[in-house]
Ligand binder design. Structure first.
Ligand code: NOJ
Length: 512
């Protein structure tokens, strides 16, 4: 386990939309380099960069055409290496986004694999042996290649699945997970990882990490075996490298070599109940002021995950990511502040999505861009200033990757920096607090002190510190004796004595 994760706070950057230094309307590496001081001053000491490799961008870069080449629209591979160096000078680590489950249909491996003549890459993807054969719970594309067979896709049509084999081969065209073709896919992934790690990248966020081995891999033992091999080997060569899984089952992901696993927004799971529990029509999100949310719905799902895995690695809570609606879609400023107090005082390694620190909005109704569909509204340009294109780019408005938030009161960083009561300052203060007290870090002990059905506050401890949250609009009391403790942070109003902790409406108290 890399030691630096204990104090890591990540900032996710969607490179298309962060900062355009070249003036062509799309973000680039140089733009990110120019903003590294900003990232550091916010308190983030690590970055997750969404895919920035050569790609036809039918799924925003998750359709990779060349894993070892930076996408020219962001700069050169050398520019990306410079970004690593500049980040390191500022004490910031950089994770790239590894997409091991599929490539673009334009990847040279696939162009070879689809040929009718047998060749060394014929088995790099999953093909049936007869074009009219499909089914078995997988998604196939047939009739597109001269090769007599259909191929499995992992996500969109443009993303053929790489072949890591089947755990229980049951058809003539199913290969075993230790077949030569499946093993050579693994080696190809290790080769890509070495390529970037040897150039200064600090690890990977791994896309759809649970998707490698095909059916019937229900408990993921096949996919886990693949990762144990890959991460075991690479981890020995690069012990400081960090690996974050997009998996959402930490008991699986962390046991096979990942250091972090994201707690994703799956309908009805614990994370979903915090911010985005509005899909049923009624809103019951815990951090929504008067929605009558219930922290036990989060804890019932979270605590077993945490207790089962705390010795092995970290559960990563997120403000949002490039696939979810931004938290400000549902929460107002004070609601967000209390949510951020939670995000930055919980165990595990937290991730903040660019722009969430100023409450950037989810923009509804945008036409889909690069396979974004509803996700497009979360991927609009960072709002740096009130100036042209909100400081994102000097390009003509019509040339922007996506429009900036058109609202007259769209939040911008510059104004929030000048306003000590802004969300930006709140987020920065909370991240600073996390760095100041190791007891708020990733691995310090966590325990629930007060949590009752449909009641507030929610009170928990990290080491010897106590955090009390009351997102509701009413005063809330918890009989948790706390005399002799010092307030180290407060939102709204709170009081602690030997009787317990009393919080005013929409308040938070952090005690030491
Ligand atoms: C998950 C990524 O987060 C998402 O953006 C992408 O479309 C799919 N995986 C496919 O790679």
């Amino acid at each position: 386990m890399p030691d630096w994760l204990k104090d890591a706070v990540f900032y996710e950057i969607y490179p298309q939309s962060f900062k355009d230094a070249g003036g062509d309307g799309i973000g680039d590496f140089e733009g990110i380099i120019q903003k590294l001081d900003y990232v550091r001053d916010l308190g983030c000491n690590a970055i997750w960069l969404n895919p920035c490799f050569d790609s036809p961008f039918k799924d925003a870069g998750y359709d990779v055409r060349d894993y070892k080449k930076a996408a020219p629209r962001y700069g050169t591979t050398e520019d990306l290496v410079r970004l690593f160096e500049e980040a390191h000078h500022r004490g910031i680590r950089v994770l790239l986004d590894l997409v091991p489950g599929h490539t673009s249909e334009e990847h040279p491996w696939f162009l070879e694999s689809r040929k009718p003549e047998s060749n060394p890459l014929s088995g790099r993807y999953i093909w049936t042996d007869f074009v009219f054969k499909w089914g078995g719970g997988l998604n196939f594309i047939s009739g597109e290649a001269e090769r007599d067979g259909g191929y499995v896709i992992n996500f969109f049509k443009c993303q053929p699945a790489l072949n890591y084999g089947f755990l229980h081969p049951s058809e003539s065209w199913h290969q075993r997970i230790d077949s030569p073709d499946a093993l050579s896919t693994r080696e190809a992934v290790k080769d890509i990882m070495r390529f970037w790690l040897s150039r200064g990248c600090d690890g990977f966020r791994v896309d759809m990490a649970d998707s490698l081995v095909k059916f019937d891999d229900e408990n993921k033992s096949g996919t886990c075996a693949v990762w144990r091999d890959i991460l075991g080997e690479i981890g020995k060569e690069y012990p400081e490298a960090a690996f974050a899984a997009e998996w959402c089952s930490p008991w699986q992901a962390l046991s096979c070599g990942f250091h972090m696993d994201f707690y994703l927004d799956h309908l009805g799971n614990g994370y979903n109940t915090l911010l985005r529990d509005y899909k049923s029509g009624e809103d019951h999100s815990y951090f929504k002021k008067d929605a009558g949310g219930d922290i036990l719905r989060f804890l019932r799902d979270y605590l077993p995950r945490y207790n089962d895995t705390r010795e092995e690695g970290y559960i990563s809570l997120i403000s949002c990511n490039h696939d979810t609606q931004r938290p400000s879609f549902n929460l107002g400023k004070r609601e967000l502040e209390i949510f951020y107090a939670f995000l930055f005082t919980m165990p595990g390694v937290p991730f903040l999505y660019y722009g969430d620190e100023i409450g950037m909005r989810y923009i509804e109704g945008l036409p889909t861009k690069e396979g974004g569909y509803y996700r497009t509204g979360t991927r609009t340009p960072m709002q740096w200033t009130k100036g042209k294109n909100m400081g994102f780019s000097e390009a003509e408005e019509k040339d922007l990757y996506l429009p900036v938030d058109p609202a007259p009161d769209a939040p911008d960083l510059e104004s929030q920096m000048e306003d000590p009561s802004s969300l930006y300052h709140r987020v920065r203060d909370l991240i600073r607090l996390r760095h100041k007290y190791p007891e708020l870090g990733s691995d310090a002990a966590f325990g629930v002190l007060f949590a009752e059905e449909k009641k507030n506050p929610f009170v928990y401890r990290r080491g010897s510190m106590i955090i009390a949250l009351n997102p509701s609009g009413q005063e809330a009391f918890a009989p948790v004796p706390a005399s002799g403790r010092r307030k180290v942070y407060e939102i709204g109003q709170g009081r602690a004595d030997d009787q317990g902790i009393l919080l005013g409406p929409q308040s938070c108290l952090i005690l030491k």
